[in-house]
Design a protein around this ligand. Structure first.
Ligand code: AMP
Ligand code: ZN
Length: 458
């Protein structure tokens, strides 16, 4: 398997430390709001990486964090904690906010059929682990204190900026924001922060009532579960210049090592050629896509239009094309499943080889999909092709084996009866009756829509 390593800026042969088990870490979400489809692209990339590693026979020990404290509005220690801001917005306790959006996030992963990491670790449940980690960095002489913050002193490192390959001077020159005057170097960052009196998220620690800086959780939890040197670390490209540099700095301060051998970063999703943002009203969630008629797996298909290292542009037109593609894939699979023709083993082997080459070339999903389309389009209908698609689906993740065409989904008799009654009521323009039946259906857990053909339930 070849993967692109941000650390060395080249595609490299992947060699795990332990040949049977790959240990990896993914920077998880900050759970202050619903995940948008950009965030979900990052976890679809994580999913593909997991699936490709498994397809190659590796066992995985994979950790993903849930950030529920410490991530400030700006990644560079500026502004308010995102969790507290959300708590104020919704007039709730920050822990309630975290629980709610973490569960929503996990549901989104399920809807997208994302293979979840073996270990999902919440920052607030690892404060003691972070405390021990910080104490060791202090002991090793990499920190200094100001009135209310323990900072990491980046000038103590032989080099800060190994991933983005920038030095401290360049950072200074490129800085857009005034930096905290109490910091010695612009790239220094907060490890441990004294909580103001009215701060809700704080813990009794060796330095009084404090809360941790955002970057610390990943270093500390990565170390706890994976040790001081593991295989792969993943995140979004936005993590390269600050968050991952700081993780590396912390690990060097802690153990002298760069924590992971390979660093992989997923590029951004853009919307209509630009940034996705609330103010532009183009920030979509899976729920928004559903309202536009796209089931979550369509978004999975859409992402295979590009490799994870390229940015991808979201438009409703490309989503329509992905929707059609998913339908074709399902139809093609079912067609072959019913097939009775034979196919030469050499043809199967060739397809298998080319699929493997594509996914093992730094997860090249567009090429892998082109092999899948060859099979789907093949006029010979054969169960051997269906079996092969099932095998490839271990990587694609469309859960084709369990796909049941819409028209075959059987509704319970009482629901069918209600639908019929409602259709009659609508024909008679008896809206009160029709609304009443709709409410009964909703109560039974069905989503009711009206169409030219009558009542449709989901
Ligand atoms: P956050 O919850 O802000 O920490 O972000 C969660 C993940 O989403 C991180 O890995 C980010 O790199 C990633 N991310 C944020 N915006 C986008 C985007 N537009 N496209 C792809 N990934 C994104
Ligand atoms: Zn992280």
């Amino acid at each position: 398997m070849k993967i692109y390593n941000t650390l060395t800026r080249q595609k490299e042969e992947f060699k795990p430390i332990d040949e049977n088990e790959v240990r990896m870490y993914t920077c998880g979400p900050t759970v202050y709001y619903y995940a948008h489809i950009g965030n979900l692209r990052a976890y679809l990339f994580m999913d593909t990486l997991r699936r490709v590693l498994k397809y190659n026979g590796y066992k995985l020990k994979h950790v993903m964090n849930i950030t529920d404290v410490g991530h400030l509005v700006s990644d560079a220690d500026e502004g308010e904690d995102k969790m507290l801001k959300a708590a104020r917005r919704e007039n709730k306790d920050p822990f309630e906010i975290a629980n709610f959006y973490m569960n929503e996030f996990l549901k989104d992963l399920d809807k997208l059929n994302i293979d979840k990491p073996e270990i999902i670790a919440r920052a607030t449940e690892h404060i003691d682990v972070m405390e021990e980690y910080v104490k060791k960095i202090i002991e090793n002489g990499y920190t200094y204190e100001t009135e209310n913050t323990i900072y990491f002193d980046t000038s103590k490192l032989d080099k800060y900026g190994v991933l983005s390959n920038r030095n401290i001077e360049e950072q200074k020159a490129g800085a857009r924001v005034e930096f905290d005057e109490s910091k010695k170097n612009i790239s220094d960052f907060a490890l441990w922060i004294k909580a103001p009196e009215n701060h809700i998220m704080k813990w009794d620690t060796f330095w009084g009532k404090c809360y941790p800086g955002w970057h610390l959780e990943c270093s500390a939890m990565g170390y706890k579960y994976l040790g001081d040197n593991f295989d792969i670390h993943t995140g979004g490209i936005d993590h390269i210049p600050i968050h991952h540099e700081n993780e590396i700095a912390q690990s060097k301060g802690f153990s002298g090592k760069i924590p992971a051998n390979y660093w992989m970063h997923v590029n951004f999703l853009q919307v209509n050629g630009g940034k996705m943002s609330k103010s532009l009203n183009n920030l979509y969630t899976l729920e928004d896509l559903k309202e536009k008629g796209f089931e979550p797996l369509v978004y999975r298909m859409f992402n295979f239009n590009s490799t994870y290292r390229s940015s991808i542009n979201f438009t409703l037109e490309t989503m329509e094309a992905a929707k059609t593609a998913l339908e074709r894939l399902r139809e093609g699979y079912l067609k072959h499943k019913e097939g009775i023709e034979d196919v030469d083993t050499s043809i199967i082997e060739d397809l298998e080889k080319r699929f493997l080459e594509a996914i093992n070339d730094d997860l090249n999903m567009p090429i892998a999909m082109s092999v899948v389309w060859e099979i789907v389009k093949n006029p010979i209908k054969s169960k051997k092709f269906a079996k092969l698609i099932e095998k490839f689906d271990e990587v694609l993740g469309f859960d084709l084996k369990n796909y049941v065409p819409e028209q075959n989904k059987k509704l319970p008799d009482d629901v069918i009866e209600l639908i019929n009654k409602r259709n009659i009521a609508r024909q008679e323009k008896n809206w009160a009756e029709s609304d009443k039946i709709r409410d009964i259906l909703i109560e039974k857990g069905y989503n009711v829509k009206d169409s030219k053909e009558g009542t449709i339930v989901e």
